[in-house]
Design a protein. Structure first.
Length: 227
């Protein structure tokens, strides 16, 4: 659907979007520590940065969230020092502003998880990519993080919470953002390479459930280990 069509549908889309944002914000972020050290072997410092899915919304604790599954898998090979910096509602732009004021954290690799909130706010593709480039540059140059991985924009068009026609509009925009992200960062882009089974999502129909977090964590760990 084009931006012109979206504009014509705005009397429908704006109330739907407001309802979705309010509904999606009801589940809390996962409880538990956001830093830790575990495992044996060479030290690997991992930094996870992002939005509500990075923060573990949809599960009760960080052990069952993305960071928990990722670090436990890596800990089979490495001594993992990890830190999570994530906030519900974060966009690439808001994270960039936050990290510009945040004390730098030493890490060997950072994982960026953004896109859903950029999608729901219909952030233009060029601005989204410019913010991603600025975020990667900040991590490389000011935080001295040598390697950054960027998770794909999730398939928003499959989120069961979203009503039509909003689901169609946002789904297409998410695809546009992810294609641009992959083109801008071909070697660092991590596809959302798993079946999108809506039955595995959280109760709000908008965030990952435990099984998705487990698969996602293992996928990211494999990407890191293969590199």
């Amino acid at each position: 659907m084009s931006r012109w069509a979206a504009a014509l549908l705005s009397p429908i889309l704006i109330p739907q979007a407001a309802w979705v944002i309010a509904r999606a914000a009801r589940l809390p972020e996962a409880a538990g520590p956001r830093t830790g050290r575990l495992g044996v072997g060479p030290v690997l410092r991992v930094l996870v940065i992002g939005d509500s899915s990075a923060a573990g919304v949809g599960v009760a604790t960080q052990d069952d969230a993305l960071s928990g599954h990722l670090t436990r898998t890596l800990a089979q090979t490495y001594t993992v020092d990890w830190q999570l910096i994530a906030k519900t509602g974060a966009t690439t732009g808001s994270t960039l502003a936050h990290l510009a004021e945040h004390p730098p954290t030493q890490a060997d690799i950072a994982i960026l998880i953004h896109g859903v909130n950029d999608t729901t706010r219909l952030v233009p593709t060029q601005r989204f990519i410019a913010n991603q480039r600025a975020l990667v540059s900040l991590l490389n140059q000011h935080w001295n993080v040598p390697r950054v991985l960027l998770c794909a924009v999730p398939p928003v068009g499959h989120f069961p919470l979203l009503p039509h026609p909003l689901r169609s509009v946002l789904g297409r925009h998410a695809i546009r953002l992810d294609r641009a992200l992959q083109q801008a960062f071909p070697d660092a882009h991590v596809p959302f390479d798993m079946p999108m089974d809506t039955a595995l999502m959280a109760s709000d129909g908008f965030h990952p459930g435990p099984d998705i977090y487990a698969r996602w964590g293992r996928l990211l760990a494999a990407r890191i280990e293969n590199a």
